[in-house]
Design a protein around this ligand. Sequence first.
Ligand code: HQG
Length: 179
Amino acid sequence: MEKEHKYFSKFLSYTLRHHPEKIGLTLDNKGWANVSDLITKMNTPDAALTMEILETIVASNDKKRFAFNDDKTKIRASQGHSIPIDLDLQPVTPPAILYHGTAQQNLESIQANGLLKQSRQHVHLSATTETAIQVGSRHGKVVVLVVQTGQMHKAGYTFYLSDNHVWLTDHVPVEYIEK
Ligand code: HQG
């Protein structure tokens, strides 16, 4: 069961954030997919997705990556998209400091250009060093950067908090970054 959940959780991230078209799924402009359509299209002879599995993934996913609408007829990823969708995010005042976990090999470029959103819709920032370490470790030898988000906010930069509590912004200029 665990294995099946992990498989579908990854498949959902890929589909709902990056490539819905790969299984012939369409998302609306807010990133919502129709649940019954998704279940039909994700089903393969080897792995059967059911509403029950989907409900378990939404409820137990470690980062709460996915959310249903009120009547559970639609599902979407709460953040991390590379496709342009409108998550209806409202600007929120950030704490004085947030963290960004990255890999050693990115430092030179970050020192030259600041933090860029790359293929995603936002730069992702973490509230704790623990989370930043997890995020950065995915890319190589981890480095945790300290971002002066309070100062950025005072200077007029906008921050958002996704439904699953990931801090998002458009760009972090290098003068607000400390190693
Ligand atoms: C780096 C996961 C060179 C940046 C996580 C990162 C997060 C630069 C990589 C979410 C750069 C992009 C996002 C620059 C930024 N030069 N490298 N100027 N600016 N970078 O995966 O933040 O588990 O798109 O440091 O938990 O690692 O999928 O972003 O290393 O919340 O739910 O470019 O993805 O969420 O990598 O991770 P990513 P990220 P899930």
